[in-house]
Design a protein around this ligand. Structure first.
Ligand SMILES: Nc1nc2c(c(=O)[nH]1)N[C@H]1C(S)=C(S)[C@@H](COP(=O)(O)O)O[C@H]1N2
Ligand SMILES: [Mo]
Length: 262
């Protein structure tokens, strides 16, 4: 057998058709084997790599790099002209499925709630819901998508984030790279790239289906940001701040994509 094979590859004589087919087949299997071995090696190599930020909860660095590259590409193609598809309000579901209640503890005093906005000069604004309701109202009906794999068409209203920035003269703040949001108890927190925050469909939301936000949907105020997956739509905003470095992000710390764009 070994002799027969080495004969096929070594001899200079013209091969018969049968010999030629056998030789081709052996060569093909050889390269297929090398290819599989390379795949297994690459997979093991990825598994051996530490995570980029050194934390055990993060994914392996090469995979994280792919996500970060995706983010750069998405940032490039992302523009204000790219709107998420909207629907008539009548298409919205009546019974909205609530999901995720981190940072939404029962002992929360709605009467004393304020949204704190930490300005870049160190000042802090404390705004009531009425302050926000005085600003122009915007609504959006879109297909809300959760990374868990479900989606639902929902109808929300509130103040466009960019209108809020304009009304309060937060230009220095909006020129920073990121917006950070946390719940009043700081248990849930997200970071948003400023282009997505300033997108015309992003709203500081206080109504669902034309009524005040239900408790489980984030009363009194939440973020609605149709260009992102559900994880970024922080419910019950407590504090807002601005930064040039990525603010901490609850699900990004647990391995999900920081950008989470749609
Ligand atoms: N404070 C807070 N906001 C949150 C979450 C959470 O656990 N806590 N979960 C997020 C996730 S994963 C999703 S899909 C949406 C769900 O919004 P809904 O409950 O209004 O459907 O809220 C997001 N905002
Ligand atoms: Mo989600």
């Amino acid at each position: 057998m070994a002799n027969f094979v080495s004969n096929l590859f070594r001899s200079n004589r013209k091969l018969t058709v049968d010999e030629f087919i056998v030789k081709k087949t052996i060569t093909s299997f050889f390269f297929l084997f090398v290819f599989f071995a390379a795949c297994i090696w690459a997979w093991k190599w990825v598994r051996r790599q530490p995570s980029q930020n050194g934390s055990r909860s993060d994914i392996h660095a090469p995979l994280r790099k792919v996500l970060n590259t995706n983010e750069i590409i998405f940032n490039k193609i992302f523009s204000e002209n790219h709107h998420t598809k909207t629907y008539p309000a009548s298409a919205a579901v009546k019974n909205v499925r609530p999901n995720g209640n981190i940072g939404m503890s029962k002992n929360f005093d709605t009467a004393t709630w304020k949204m704190y906005v930490i300005r870049t000069n160190g000042d802090t604004l404390a705004l009531t819901l009425n302050d926000l309701k005085k600003l122009p109202k915007t609504d959006v009906t879109f297909n809300f998508k959760c990374i868990e794999g479900w989606n639902q068409i929902t109808h929300w209203a509130g103040v466009k984030f960019s209108d809020f920035i304009k009304a309060y003269g937060l230009n220095a703040e909006a020129s920073m790279k990121y917006l950070g949001l946390t719940t009043p108890d700081k248990e849930y927190y997200v970071g948003i790239d400023m282009a997505s925050a300033m997108h015309p469909q992003t709203i500081l939301c206080y109504e669902l289906n034309g009524r005040p936000l239900p408790w489980r949907e984030g009363y009194p105020l939440r973020l609605i940001i149709p260009v992102k997956y559900g994880i970024k739509h922080l419910k019950r905003i407590g504090t807002m701040y601005f930064a040039n470095n990525r603010p901490p992000d609850y699900w990004a710390e647990r391995g999900y994509d920081y950008y989470s764009g749609l």
